[in-house]
Structure formats: structure tokens, C-alpha cells
Design a protein around this ligand. Structure first.
Ligand SMILES: [Zn+2]
Length: 436
């Protein structure tokens, strides 16, 4: 079944042994179709049982029966490996899901059964342990959820201020007190990619996608090459969280209004208040406007994607900050500085983003709390109507973030103001490092 690398240490010259002396006996490098009998999985099938579960786990009979490449938990799969390596987690631990079931029902949508509409998450990821418990037992494989649904209470300074200013009212149901405590329904989603569908979104072949995912992660997932029969992949990337204000059952009701913000993570601003960008102010504005929509009888939705620094990561982001600040930090150079370091201005690729909106049953958005043309285009291309676009109010833009917001508006971001010209961008300066 497996290709076992042999440990021929005795034939390796001494100098090489010193570089690499780790025995690799009994390590399974990859699997091949002829030695496997994966659990049947038909993405986009018209009923649950025909679709089947997504099984990446190699535990129990999973080595021959898994039907997904990769591992559960997104980027956290590495911590799981570390926990096993350090004997803190048993490799054969069986989860007990008593009382872990969803805190509310997300109404089933036709999109859950269509292989083109949803390609980057398992539409049944919150129900796996219930729908496929019999498969798990009869096939002796480990089946885990990739979606979890809960309820919570939020406390944010901006919500308290909004209540104090009379911007948000205390209704006892959504905003519960003068502190601005906010009731929220939440959905956490781990990525599950249907590789033919992801390739289709990017207009490339599945073969090209598999080859680049294999080669450009330095060979992390050999099954991308050796298992063309396996069509799903759990990538080691961040997932997303859906924050729902108001009754979640209203989301898929076309009679009800929806205010929506799709937000990509910016830890420095979102959590730590960095004023170089508009992320936290726009996020807070988005939450407050979403709550207002819920209080008016509709629903507010904020989707938070773990795509730090335009999916370039914080290290690249800070390198760009340095290059900007040492280069005079003008708006006309804003995107250029990112391109110099990262090779692209943005790596978020919004093509997969609308999947979660389709999963929720959103077919129109009354108030889109985003200025991004990339997000707008992706949502509209997915067949979801956007009725009104709401930019961040001018007074919420920190002075040092004018460089970013003006460069973005010049490049096509939505604004109710006239877009600055290329010449005007030259005179938009950020704070110099002397001011920090
Ligand atoms: Zn930011």
C-alpha cells in the first residue's frame, strides 16, 4: 500500500549523516489509489448520504479509507502534531461530542447540494457527527466536524459609546443593557476545499492547482500528486467566523433586510488599535450598523476571515510598513511598496469568499458595509445582489490611515467622495517615524 522510505544510513557518507541522521523507517510518505478504498464522497450530490463524509484522518482504518488530503483544524493541525509528539495527546483519542451540537439551526439551502456554489467549506461540516455516525462506526474511521455553531455575549467599548450617544438603543433582546452588551450567534468554519471547484473559480486546471499546492508548499502534501482520485483538501490556513446579530432564521428570508460586512483580519488594528489603517474603525462601524439592521427587524452579519495582512501575513506587512515609512509614506507609493516586497498588492483572492454567504442562504445584501471592489465583484459575480454600499464615515478614519484609504479609493474602492487623482496621491503623507 504505502511507499516506505528505507533507512540506508550505512551507505550514506559520514558528512551527510551529520546533516541528516533521523531514521525514516516506518514513515508513510504517501498513499496510492491502487492500495486504497476511500469512503465514497460525491461533492454536490443531491442528498447527504450520497455526498458522504469528508475524512482526512488516517487513524483507525483511515490510511486506506480517507477521502481528503490534509488534516483537520486548519493551521492548528501543527499544534495537534506537536501535542502527539510530546505525549500530551493520544493519537487515537476519540472525541466525545455530548452537548456540542449546534446552538441554533442554519436552514438547509439548495446551494449545499451544488458543486459549483460552495467549494471551500463542507456544507455539512456542522452535522458530520450526526449524519455520518453510522459510516464512522461501520467503516471504523474518524469523522470530525469542520463547522461549529454557538451563541455568546459581546462587550465592546464602541458598543457602550454607541448606546451612550443614543446611536444604538437598548432593546433587551439584542442590546441588553447600558453597557452595550450584545447578543450574538456565531459560526466557526474550517476550510475544506473541493479541488476541481477551487480550480474552476480561478480559471485554472485541477492539475495546475494540485501541482502548485504541492510544489510551492515544498512538497508538504504528496497526495496532491499521488491521489488524483481524492478530490478534497483541508489546507493549513486560517478559517472564518460568522457573527450574526438578530434572528439567524431571517438571513435566508428575502423579505428581511440584511446589513453585511466581510472583514479580513488585521490583528494590529482590530485588537491592538494601530492607527495606520482603518480596519478596527470599519469593523466597529460594521458591527454597529449590522446591529441597527437587526434592531429594525432584519439581520446583521459580519464575516471575519483569518487573512492577516491581505493574506501576506504580519511579517510581510511590517516589512511593507518599514519600507513605506522610510520612503516618505505617500499614497501614490502605497501599493507599489507592497508589490516590491510581496510581488503582489493583495493575496486575499476573494473568489472563495462568497461561499459562506451562499451557505447562509444570502441572495441579496441591502447594506454592504465595505468599500472593497474585489469583495463587491466576487459577491456580485456569485449571483448575490448588492443594493447599497456604505463607505466608512470620514470622521472614523485615523489621520495616519489616509495614505491607505486614499490609495485604495484611487485604485477602485467604492467611495461617495470623488476619487483622488494620481497627482493628488503624491501629497497624501502618513506620519513620519519621528512621530512614533
Ligand atoms: Zn489594518
Amino acid at each position: 500500500m504505502a511507499t516506505l522510505a528505507s533507512n540506508k544510513k550505512e551507505s550514506v557518507p559520514l558528512e551527510q549523516q551529520q546533516i541528516k541522521a533521523t531514521p525514516v523507517n516506518d514513515v508513510l510518505l504517501t498513499t496510492y489509489p491502487e492500495d486504497s478504498s476511500p469512503i465514497p464522497m460525491n461533492w454536490g450530490a443531491t442528498d447527504y448520504q450520497e455526498r458522504g463524509p469528508i475524512v482526512p484522518s488516517k487513524s483507525k482504518n483511515g490510511i486506506s479509507k480517507h477521502n481528503c488530503i490534509g488534516a483537520h483544524a486548519g493551521s492548528y493541525c501543527i499544534y495537534q502534531a506537536l501535542a502527539i509528539a510530546s505525549n500530551q495527546l493520544k493519537r487515537d483519542h476519540v472525541a466525545d461530542y455530548t452537548n456540542a451540537q449546534p446552538a441554533f439551526t442554519v436552514p438547509e439551502q439548495p446551494e449545499w447540494f451544488n458543486k459549483h456554489d460552495i467549494v471551500s467549506m463542507d456544507a455539512f461540516g456542522h452535522l458530520t457527527q450526526y449524519l455520518f455516525d453510522d459510516v464512522s462506526k461501520s467503516e471504523n474511521v474518524d469523522i470530525k466536524p469542520t463547522i461549529a455553531i454557538t451563541k455568546a455575549n459581546m462587550q465592546l467599548l464602541e458598543l457602550k459609546e454607541a448606546v451612550e450617544k443614543g446611536e444604538l438603543k437598548i432593546d433587551g433582546d439584542i442590546i441588553t443593557n447600558a453597557n452595550g452588551d450584545l447578543k450574538v450567534s456565531k459560526v466557526a468554519v474550517e476550510p475544506v476545499w473541493y479541488l476541481p471547484g477551487v480550480a474552476e473559480r480561478f480559471g485554472i486546471t485541477e492539475e495546475t492547482l494540485r501541482k502548485c499546492l504541492f510544489e510551492d508548499t515544498n512538497g508538504m502534501y504528496p497526495e496532491l500528486i499521488t491521489r488524483p482520485d481524492i478530490k478534497t483538501f483541508m489546507p493549513p490556513i486560517g478559517g472564518l467566523t460568522v457573527y450574526i446579530f438578530g434572528d439567524p432564521q431571517n438571513i435566508a428570508n428575502p423579505e428581511k433586510r440584511i446589513a453585511l460586512r466581510v472583514h479580513d483580519e488585521c490583528n494590529g488594528s482590530d485588537v491592538f488599535g494601530s492607527d495606520i489603517c482603518t480596519c478596527r474603525p470599519y469593523l466597529m462601524f460594521g458591527i454597529i450598523e449590522a446591529v441597527k439592521e437587526a434592531q429594525n427587524g432584519g439581520t446583521g452579519v459580519v464575516v471575519y476571515f483569518r487573512k492577516e495582512g491581505r493574506a501576506l501575513g504580519e511579517v510581510t506587512k511590517y516589512l511593507v510598513y518599514n519600507a513605506r515609512k522610510r520612503g516618505g509614506d505617500t499614497a501614490d507609493e502605497y501599493f507599489h511598496r507592497t508589490e516590491c516586497i510581496a510581488g503582489v498588492r493583495d493575496m486575499r483572492f476573494q473568489q472563495l469568499m462568497p461561499d459562506v454567504l451562499k451557505w447562509l442562504g444570502i441572495r441579496k445584501i441591502d447594506r454592504m458595509l465595505s468599500m472593497s471592489n474585489m469583495k463587491y465583484d466576487a459577491i456580485v459575480d456569485a449571483g448575490i445582489e448588492i443594493i447599497e454600499r456604505i463607505p466608512i464615515p470620514d470622521e472614523m478614519i485615523p489621520p495616519d490611515s489616509r495614505v491607505e484609504i486614499d490609495a485604495k479609493i484611487n485604485s477602485g474602492y467604492f467611495s461617495t467622495e470623488k476619487a483622488p487623482t494620481n497627482d493628488e496621491l503624491k501629497s497624501v503623507h502618513g506620519r513620519s517615524w519621528e512621530g512614533i
